[in-house]
Design a protein around this ligand. Structure first.
Ligand SMILES: Nc1ncnc2c1ncn2[C@@H]1O[C@H](COP(=O)(O)OP(=O)(O)O)[C@@H](O)[C@H]1O
Ligand SMILES: [Mg+2]
Length: 239
């Protein structure tokens, strides 16, 4: 089992106010799955993703990653997992402006501790998302769809086991959204685990499993029958 959450609770405390955001989440995700997490705004999707992605620690409950209980891991150990085994893609791209596409993609390698050929790996990742030709562009000189593909290349460059994408198509037109979903599908076909947060059912139906949360609790967890899955083609943005 790649990810196993047992009764995960997350509270935010501000002064006297306690907000109970995750209220006992039990979830198991196997390597190679493509899981969509759905739910209304404010239901705790991003908080769940941050918890699973080690951007934040739960208030209580057990989290086993790849069979290891992560509770007593130090911040450094968690950062190591985050940098080497997890890739993140966010709605807002989060690229460094006035920095080349290639440098943006190389950045995680600088933190990863690996010494092998940063540039070649970054180029390969950019080729995998169809942007081999754009690596010398500045990140603010490319379209939104291309930015998100750079963000996917950056997420891929350390060869992570799992990719987390929080509303990756939320800021994109439908054509570039389709291209991004097409790339995520391909990565999943190659065996990578994908965990996707979305409130768009058409996007969620790319996954093989849909987990729905409401008010911090899982209210349904269903497999998507193969015949109902949506598949996106790559769409050239200048078409
Ligand atoms: N740092 C925080 N402090 C207090 N409340 C927070 C914090 N982060 C998120 N919340 C609250 O937790 C709830 C769930 O937020 P979030 O996980 O972002 O939901 P979603 O991604 O489903 O829209 C919201 O009510 C939000 O206001
Ligand atoms: Mg959110």
């Amino acid at each position: 089992m790649l990810i196993e959450l047992k009764n995960i609770i997350k509270n935010y405390v501000n002064g006297d106010v306690v907000t109970r955001v995750l209220r006992g989440i039990n979830l198991r995700i196997e390597e190679g799955e493509f899981v969509a997490i759905m739910g209304p705004s404010g239901s705790g999707k991003s908080t769940l993703m941050h918890t699973i992605g080690f951007l934040d620690r739960p208030t209580s409950g057990a989290y086993l990653f790849d069979g290891e209980n992560t509770e007593n891991f130090t911040d450094d150990e968690l950062a190591k997992i985050r940098n080497n085994r997890i890739g993140f893609v966010f709605q807002s791209f989060n690229l460094l402006p006035r920095t080349s596409v290639l440098d943006n993609v190389m950045l995680p390698l600088l933190y990863s501790g690996t010494k092998i050929s940063y540039e070649n790996r970054a180029k390969k990742a950019l080729e995998a998302v169809g942007l081999g030709e754009r690596m010398d562009y500045m990140s603010n000189q490319i379209s939104g769809g291309q930015k998100q593909r750079v963000a996917i290349a950056r997420a891929l460059v350390c060869d992570p086991k799992v990719i987390f994408a929080d509303e990756p198509t939320g800021n994109l037109d439908s054509k570039s959204g389709a291209t991004v979903m097409n790339i995520l599908e391909k990565l999943n076909k190659d065996g990578r685990t994908i965990i996707l947060v979305t409130h768009d059912m058409q996007v969620a139906l790319h996954a093989n499993r849909i987990v729905t949360i409401r008010d911090g609790e899982i209210i349904s967890d269903v497999l998507v029958p193969e015949k109902d899955r949506v598949h996106s083609k790559e769409v050239k943005e200048d078409e």
